[in-house]
Design a binder for this molecule. Structure first.
Ligand SMILES: *Cc1c(COP(=O)(O)O)cnc(C)c1O
Length: 405
């Protein structure tokens, strides 16, 4: 099998995917970012600083935990030979409760290197906004976060958190008043402010070099998993399962294993309430190649090529596009992509809470739901790792509402 890790190319391409489909006015900013990143890529002091912050501030390495009662639950309904051992990579234990902080700390450090004093971000559920506001506070950077008015209403607690951290939340009252519109506004801001402002993108999406930079910062998850699995069971895991919104937690845990085809990699998208356009957020399973937010990847679109509305019970997966590297992995048949419905994710949410005393993020619950199905078909000697991308405190009210029906 060919090497898949040597992407993107200089133009930011993952085969035909990726690239930089942006207005001319953004090209200078992207070139500056690309050049800065090329310089720090081999700069040991940068990565030492990054690793020290991950250790002392974020709390890394996050544990790899054997989920014994979850494993027992799977084995109960499998025959004597089946039921893989399930392990949880505990990103929920990272500071602010999810993997997103890995990326925002890395990009805040980049901002400092570029001599800039202000960061902006887009946010849907508010999780990336909180992670950005957190990193901005740590580095003493001015922080403005764009958020759709509909999301401001739905995710009020995160708005309060961002403001508490010293960030300004700029409400976007355009379009569907959600993440897509907030992203457009953040890009517009950046066009006029690039001299002193860095745009901290929240996932492995957007124009080159963002998908590569965010992947590289999130790779700490996969690198730790590699070290932890080889220490715990002297070999690579047989299977890794991660949820896919924009795709950053999945890319972070998959990428260090991408050239080792003995490791089965499975990405789980939001299946929502049905397979009908508008009822789910599964672009890799149901979308077509198209351009969204500056790069070519799979996108959910209607028959006219217009970006389609999406739905998921989990706000972090509620996005019509996906990172271009996932599109590349899909077309190369390296990673399998499936979708899990709201209902199945809610069942897994409750199951993990009761079986292990861990309330997962609704995003992560999608990965858990599918991992249970996979583990039941794998031999008992096999090891399956679930990337538990975040904790579920933020979701308990929504989950209770949905479960109460
Ligand atoms: C934001 C978020 C996701 C989805 O984003 P990716 O870029 O796909 O990782 C998944 N899980 C949690 C807990 C999140 O906060």
């Amino acid at each position: 099998m060919k090497t898949l890790s040597n992407v993107p190319d200089k133009a930011g391409r993952f085969a035909q995917f990726g690239g930089t489909y942006v207005p001319e006015t953004l090209m200078a900013a992207l070139h500056q970012l690309r050049d800065t990143y090329a310089r720090i890529h081999n700069d040991r002091t940068f990565w030492d600083q990054f690793e020290t912050l991950l250790e002392t501030y974020v709390g890394r390495p996050t544990p790899l935990m054997p989920a014994d009662r979850l494993t027992a639950h799977v084995r109960q309904s499998a025959d004597a030979k089946h039921g893989a051992a399930i392990w949880l990579k505990r990103e929920d234990l990272a500071h602010t409760g999810a993997h997103k902080i890995n990326n925002t700390i890395g990009q805040a450090l980049l901002t400092q290197r570029m001599g800039k004093t202000r960061v902006i971000a887009e946010t849907g559920a508010g999780q990336h906004g909180v992670a950005t506001a957190t990193a901005a506070a740590l580095f003493g950077l001015t922080c403005d976060v764009y958020m759709g008015t509909e999301d401001v209403r739905r995710q009020h607690l995160n708005v309060v958190r961002m403001r508490m951290l010293g960030a300004r939340v700029i409400e976007v009252d355009a379009g569907s008043r959600t993440l897509k519109d907030a992203t457009n506004e953040a890009m517009r801001d950046w066009m006029g402010s690039v001299e002193h402002t860095h745009y901290i993108l929240g996932s492995v999406v957007g124009p080159h070099p963002f998908p590569m930079i965010v992947r590289d910062f999130q790779c700490v998850i996969g690198n730790e998993t590699k070290a932890q699995t080889s220490q715990r069971f002297k070999r690579a895991p047989d299977c890794i399962v991660a949820c896919v919104g924009g795709g950053s937690n999945a890319a972070g845990i998959f990428y260090p294993f991408i050239d080792d085809t003995s490791v089965r990699l499975v990405g789980v998208e939001a299946g929502g309430t049905s397979d009908m356009l508008g009822d789910h957020a599964a672009p890799l399973c149901q979308g077509q190649p198209g351009i969204l937010h500056g790069s070519l990847s799979y996108v959910l679109q209607d028959e006219h090529g217009q970006t389609a509305p999406v739905h998921s019970c989990s706000a972090g997966l509620d996005y019509p596009g996906v990172g271009p590297e996932h599109a590349y992995w899909k077309d190369a048949d390296r990673v399998e992509y499936v979708s899990v419905t709201d209902a199945k994710a809610l069942d897994a949410f409750t199951l993990l809470a009761r079986a292990e005393g861990i309330i997962p993020a609704l995003e992560s619950a999608h990965a858990i739901a599918h991992a249970l199905v996979l583990a039941a078909d794998m031999p008992r000697s096999a090891n399956l790792v679930i990337n538990l991308s975040g904790r579920g405190d933020k979701d308990v009210e929504e989950a209770a509402r949905l479960l109460g029906r």
